[in-house]
Design a binder for this molecule. Structure first.
Ligand SMILES: Nc1ncnc2c1ncn2[C@@H]1O[C@H](COP(=O)(O)OP(=O)(O)OP(=O)(O)O)[C@@H](O)[C@H]1O
Ligand SMILES: [Mg+2]
Length: 323
C-alpha cells in the first residue's frame, strides 16, 4: 500500500494501515476503506463469502485503536435489547440497573447483519445514524469514536433479511470482497502456518483518541478543489437525470445527498492516507463504486440485462469525466 505519509497528523493512521496490511494478504483496499471510515466517522459494510479474513482485518484494526471492541453474531432470534442492553432488577438496592449491550463499544463487528431480524437492524442503524441508543425510555450516548463494521454473505440463504435501501445508505462504504487467486492463496497458507505457535505480527502502541482526533481534523481539512466538488455532484446527479445517457432506464432509485457527502469525505480521507494535502480525481474515481453503488437500486431492466449497481457505477464513471 502506498501510504508514505507526508502529513504529520496523518502519519499515525498511515502507519496503522501499513501494519494492518502486513498481517493480511491482498487486502490493501479493504484496509484503506476501513481507515477511510475511521477517519470520517463512517461505518463499513463488507460483503463476501466466508473465510476471507474479514474478522481478522477488523480485529487487527481493533488492536491498533485505543478503544473497546465487541463482536455480535447475528441470528434470526436476536432481539434489539441483545444489542442495546437491558434493565436488570437488583434485589439489594430494589432498583433497575442498565446493563449496556455490545453496541456500547468503540469498534463493533456485526457479523452476518442480514441474518438479524428487521427490528434489530433498525436499532443498529439508528445507533449508527445518531450515535445514541434509546432503551427503556432513556437515551444514552455511544462512545466516541464509534464505528460499525458489518459483514454479510452475498449468497441469499433462507432466513435472511436483506437490508432495506434506506438502511444501506447509512453505511459510508460498501466493500465487495472476492475469493483470492492462486498466488494470494499460497501467500495466505504460508502466512497463517508461519504464525502457528507465535503471535501474529504485533502492532505498535494503539492510536490514541488524541491522535485519531488530529488525523480526523487533518482529513476534514484536505483540499477538495471546486472542480472536484463539481465532479462529485455531476456523478450523483447523473444517477438521477438519466434521460438520453448511458444510464437511461437502468436506475430505479438514484443516489441521495448522503452519497455526495460520503464520496467527498472519503475522497479527502483517501488523499490523507496517500500522504497528500489535496484530493485528486483518482480519489473520487477509486471510491465512487464503494461509496455510491450500495445507494443505487438498479431497475428491473438493468437486472434483466445482468447489470448490477456496480456495473451502473462503472458506466457512470465512463460517462461523467473529472474535467
Ligand atoms: N487474505 C488473507 N490474509 C490473511 N489471512 C487470511 C486471508 N484470508 C483468509 N485468511 C485466514 O483464513 C482464516 C479465516 O479468516 P476469518 O475468520 O477472519 O474469515 P471471515 O471472513 O471472518 O470468515 P466468516 O465470514 O466465516 O466469519 C483465518 O485463519 C485467516 O487468517
Ligand atoms: Mg468472521
Amino acid at each position: 500500500m502506498n501510504v508514505i505519509g507526508t502529513q504529520s497528523q496523518g502519519q499515525g493512521v498511515t502507519l496503522l494501515a501499513e501494519q494492518i496490511c502486513a498481517g493480511l494478504v491482498g487486502h490493501d483496499t479493504l484496509v484503506e476503506r476501513l481507515m477511510t471510515a475511521l477517519l470520517t466517522g463512517g461505518h463499513v459494510l463488507i460483503e463476501g463469502p466466508p473465510g476471507l479474513a474479514k474478522t481478522r482485518a477488523v480485529k487487527r484494526l481493533a488492536e491498533g485503536l485505543d478503544g473497546s471492541f465487541a463482536r455480535i453474531q447475528c441470528t434470526p432470534d436476536l432481539m434489539p435489547s441483545d444489542l442495546t442492553g437491558t434493565q436488570v432488577f437488583r434485589r439489594n438496592s430494589e432498583s433497575f440497573d442498565f446493563v449496556p449491550g455490545p453496541i456500547f463499544h468503540s469498534l463493533v463487528l456485526v457479523d452476518e447483519i442480514n441474518r438479524a431480524p428487521p427490528k434489530v437492524q433498525s436499532a443498529l442503524l439508528e445507533a449508527m445514524g445518531e450515535s445514541q441508543v434509546t432503551a427503556g425510555g432513556v437515551t444514552r450516548r455511544l462512545p466516541d469514536p464509534f464505528m460499525v463494521v458489518a459483514t454479510q454473505n452475498p449468497i441469499e440463504h433462507e432466513g435472511t433479511f436483506p437490508l432495506p435501501e434506506a438502511q444501506l445508505d447509512r453505511f459510508l462504504l460498501h466493500v465487495d470482497l472476492a475469493l483470492p487467486g492462486a498466488e494470494a492463496e499460497r501467500a495466505i497458507l504460508d502466512l497463517v502456518e508461519g504464525e502457528a505457535g507465535r503471535e501474529a505480527s504485533p502492532l505498535p502502541a494503539p492510536l490514541s483518541h488524541g491522535e485519531l482526533g488530529a488525523a480526523r481534523a487533518a482529513a476534514a481539512a484536505i483540499h477538495l478543489a471546486p472542480a472536484l466538488r463539481d465532479f462529485i455532484v455531476r456523478l450523483v446527479i447523473a444517477t438521477r437525470e438519466t434521460d438520453g445517457t448511458p444510464l437511461d432506464g437502468l436506475v430505479e432509485h438514484a443516489v441521495s445527498p448522503r452519497g455526495t457527502l460520503a464520496l467527498a469525505a472519503s475522497a479527502r480521507a483517501r488523499a490523507l492516507l496517500h500522504g497528500r494535502d489535496h484530493a485528486l480525481p483518482e480519489d473520487v474515481e477509486a471510491l465512487a463504486p464503494d461509496a455510491l453503488a450500495h445507494r443505487l437500486v438498479p431497475s428491473w431492466r438493468a437486472t434483466s440485462e445482468g447489470i448490477d449497481a456496480r456495473g451502473i457505477v462503472a458506466r457512470l464513471l465512463g460517462h461523467v469525466r473529472p474535467w
